[in-house]
Design a binder for this molecule. Structure first.
Ligand code: NAD
Length: 474
């Protein structure tokens, strides 16, 4: 039985469908999903608009209780959901489990905000007057999500949007809709009223066209590639729609001369290769102090050899498949291009069949300006670059159009502080992989990696809410 769209509180049997296959075993069908177009998107947006007046009047504590119950549902169904994620997008099971827990924790975190002050009171210059500010919902918000964090990303958009009293249309990627489906089920089971959340599964372009037309839409939160994000931004340019874009990265990991090299190599390999490098925050360039370059390189190759490539359902697997055949071909093209630009493969560089696997790959010898060191590959490929001083290392780190995440391995406080201050990135780590951030902190990139207010933490409340200022003569 195909999964349907959830529109106006009903799971609607789809008119057209497609099948999603398992990237580890491409002959195996995982699920059948709707291939929705503009009519379904418009119907969902209208349903969300109709549900808004009632949902905004629902007491915030009641909205929070629904998020809490949805979180419990996710914990109770943890193993099933994690397995579905792992099979559909090839995420190693230990990471899939952590992602489901993270989604549940995000729901709990935003639920807790309902017990916090909802606004503030200011002194007025006028007599007997109270000057107040209160957070209010925007209305209908559209959430567009990628396949690589199929449950955490929809959760970190949905939870603050719903808590503040907005109604939602969620459109996940066709390559990994199962996380959004499970979230919709969790919220339904938790008692979310009909049409407060609408789920539409289908390709991006018709959905973008619907958003450009639908006057109901007040805000759009998008996570995905720079190209698709900028296309969407152009489509919405004629209307005052609040827009948040979370885009790609080309994240540098710097290894300083004083670092614990075995530990730095472990962190670099984890950041570059876990989940086959398919994270926006994956390490894709490693910049190494020239004095320890060779020693670190050996340690990195050793750490890379230790990573198990294989079935994502195996507890020991750290590197699963690429998401589809096109993604693997893209990785192969990038490696070939790197060789043409003077690169040498130190390890990897080959596809592994069956399934869309690719060996974790390290290249050296390409200049930092080469396209392979400039553009997001979204696969298990990393380039090594020597640097003779910190100024040069930071200059290399900053010399791309991206600015999402960055990390440095060092025991020196002055080096760490200079890096924290000098690197152009939305998230900067010290002695940590470039990937991984906690939901209570703002998350997002600078330069071409992001546009608009940040996600997660309290910054998400600023995106999904408006301030209403009240001037009351009492
Ligand atoms: P993608 O850009 O192909 O698709 C993302 C989503 O946008 C999908 O749901 C897609 O259907 C939709 N879409 C595409 N064109 C659209 C349009 N014109 N109008 C409306 N929607 C449209 O990205 P992907 O392959 O799913 O994900 C990988 C990309 O996402 C990488 O670039 C990665 O770095 C980025 N990403 C960024 C973050 C972050 O928080 N910065 C997190 C995860 C992934």
């Amino acid at each position: 039985m195909p999964i349907g769209n959830l529109i106006a509180g009903r799971w609607q049997p789809p008119e057209r469908t497609y099948v999603r296959k398992n990237p580890s075993r491409p002959e195996e069908v995982v699920a059948e999903y709707p291939l929705s177009g503009k009519p379904e998107a418009m119907a969902a947006l209208r349903a969300a608009a109709a549900a808004f007046p009632r949902w905004r009047q629902t007491p915030p504590i009641e909205r929070a209780r629904i998020l809490q119950r949805a979180a419990r549902f996710l914990y109770e169904h943890l193993e099933t959901i994690a397995r579905d994620l792992s099979v559909e997008v090839g995420k190693p099971i230990f990471e899939a489990r952590a992602e489901v827990c993270r989604a549940a924790e995000i729901f709990e975190y935003y639920a807790a905000w309902a017990w916090q002050p909802q606004g503030f009171l200011l002194a007025s210059a006028r007599p007997a007057t109270e000057l107040r500010a209160r957070r209010v919902p925007l209305g209908v918000v559209a959430l567009i999500t990628p396949w690589n964090f199929p449950i955490a990303i929809p959760a970190w958009k949905l939870a603050p949007a719903l808590l503040l009293g907005n109604t939602v249309v969620l459109k996940p990627s066709t390559l990994g809709p199962c996380g959004a489906f499970h979230l919709a089920r969790a919220l339904e089971a938790a008692g979310l009223p009909p049409a407060v959340l609408n789920l539409v599964i289908g390709p991006g372009a018709p959905f973008g066209e619907a958003l450009a037309e639908a006057e109901e839409v007040r805000a759009v939160s998008f996570t995905g590639s720079v190209e698709a994000g900028l296309r969407l931004k152009a489509m919405l340019a004629h209307r005052p729609v609040r827009l948040q874009l979370e885009l790609g990265g080309k994240n540098p990991f710097v290894v300083w001369e004083d670092a614990d090299l075995a530990e730095a190599a472990r962190l670099a390999a984890e950041g570059a290769f876990f989940y086959a490098g398919q994270k926006c925050t994956a390490t894709s360039r490693i910049i190494v102090h020239i004095k320890i370059y060779e020693e670190f390189r050996d340690a990195l190759l050793e750490a890379t050899r230790r990573l198990k490539v294989g079935d994502p359902l195996d507890e020991a697997t750290r590197v699963g498949p690429l998401i589809d055949a096109a993604a693997r071909e893209n990785v192969q093209r990038w490696v070939k291009r790197g060789l043409e630009d003077g690169g040498r493969i130190l390890i990897g560089g080959q596809p592994v069949d069956p399934g869309y696997f690719y060996q974790p790959t390290v290249l050296e010898g390409v200049p930092p300006s080469a396209p392979i060191a400039q553009e997001e590959i979204f696969g298990p490929v990393v380039t090594l670059h020597p640097a003779s001083d910190l100024r040069e290392a930071i200059a290399i780190a900053n010399a791309t159009r991206y600015g999402l995440s960055a990390s440095i391995a060092t025991r020196r406080l002055d080096v760490a502080e200079a890096f924290l201050n000098g690197v152009e990135a939305g998230i900067v780590h010290v002695n940590q992989p470039t990937a991984g951030i906690e939901y209570q902190a703002p998350f997002g990139g600078v330069k071409d990696s992001g546009y608009g207010p940040k996600e997660q933490g309290w910054s998400a409340l600023d995106f999904y809410g408006d301030w209403k200022t009240l001037v009351v003569r009492v």
